[in-house]
Design a protein around this ligand. Structure first.
Ligand SMILES: [Zn+2]
Length: 123
């Protein structure tokens, strides 16, 4: 099964406008598809907005298009049973002039260290 891929080229600035030119890459073009592509109109690249259309019988991997990590991520089931990881809950310190946001895990230590005259806080 042939694959259509976009190979982005370096961004081009034209005054206020920016454009990301690209090449349309068609790989795994077997079963006669390569011959078919050869018969596409000469202006096919312009018609699809690409700088060029390239086709290959073999496989061409474009690293920027590697979505395997994303695919693994989207197929993973969220785990709501364990403690929250990677999320830092913060609360504003009522004693700091700028209401600094302090991580909850460090709040008691923050109050004890910076506001020793205030009552101790439960963590
Ligand atoms: Zn504070």
């Amino acid at each position: 099964m042939a694959r259509l891929q976009i190979l982005e080229l370096p961004m081009v600035h034209n005054g206020d406008q920016t454009e990301t030119p690209f090449v349309l890459v068609i790989d795994q073009a077997d079963d006669g598809l390569a011959d078919e592509i050869r018969n596409w109109p000469d202006d096919i690249a312009r018609r699809v907005g690409a700088r060029q259309v390239l086709s290959f019988a073999g496989t061409v991997d474009i690293p920027a298009n590697d979505t395997s990590a994303y695919a693994a991520m989207t197929h993973a089931e969220p785990d709501f049973t364990g403690p929250l990881t990677g999320i830092e809950v913060r609360r504003p310190c009522p004693h700091c002039d700028d209401q600094q946001m302090i991580p909850r895990s460090q709040f008691a230590e923050h109050v004890a260290r910076l506001h020793p005259d205030q009552p101790a806080v439960d963590a």
